[in-house]
Design a protein around this ligand. Structure first.
Ligand code: CA
Length: 170
């Protein structure tokens, strides 16, 4: 599996690349938005890990452009921007998940694996927690079998929370 890591911070990028390689993944690391654009044009990737604050072209702009081109490459945003608005914007634009710095590497690894599991079609794409279900494809949610009416923003938040059950998110 090949990952594109887009991160301009030398130390964070280095440790992420090192950790991900140790889990057996091939990792190409680029340090700005323009280089990411080029890499996406040439490379065949299974997942992109995307910082938002980047030189030359920001992460949200890059992601918007990618989705407008019809490219559905799985994207995990990893950024220091931790407001709910940023998360919702990222998820609404088409990110698969969102992780806030500083983070534990084990959590990064778990989220990467979860995205790949969902995308590979192995296992049910419907996320289940207790009596609550959430279908990321149809945007339907049920509680004990009864439909729950959620706004787009509520759905995005619930999805972010259910991706890491038990975790405390700001
Ligand atoms: Ca950055």
């Amino acid at each position: 599996m090949r990952l594109l890591l887009v991160e301009d911070d030398q130390m964070i990028g280095g440790s992420m690349q090192h950790g991900l390689k140790n889990t057996g993944l091939a990792v190409d690391w680029v340090r700005d938005g323009k280089s990411a654009e080029l890499a996406l044009g040439n490379g065949v990737y299974d997942l992109m890990i995307l910082d938002l604050g980047l030189p030359h072209k920001g992460g949200l702009e890059l992601l918007t452009q990618l989705r407008q081109q019809g490219n559905d490459l799985p994207v995990l945003i990893v950024t220091a921007r931790d407001t709910v608005e940023d998360k919702v914007a990222g998820l609404n634009i088409g990110a698969d998940d969102y992780l806030v710095k500083p983070f534990d590497f084990n959590e990064l690894n778990a989220r990467v694996n979860a995205i790949m599991r969902r995308r590979s079609g192995r296992g049910n794409p419907v996320i289940v927690y207790g009596g609550l279900t959430l279908d990321p494809i149809t945007h339907q949610s049920t509680l004990h079998g009864q439909p729950v009416g959620l706004s787009a923003k509520e759905f995005a938040l619930l999805r972010a929370l259910m991706a890491v059950p038990g975790a405390v998110l700001s």
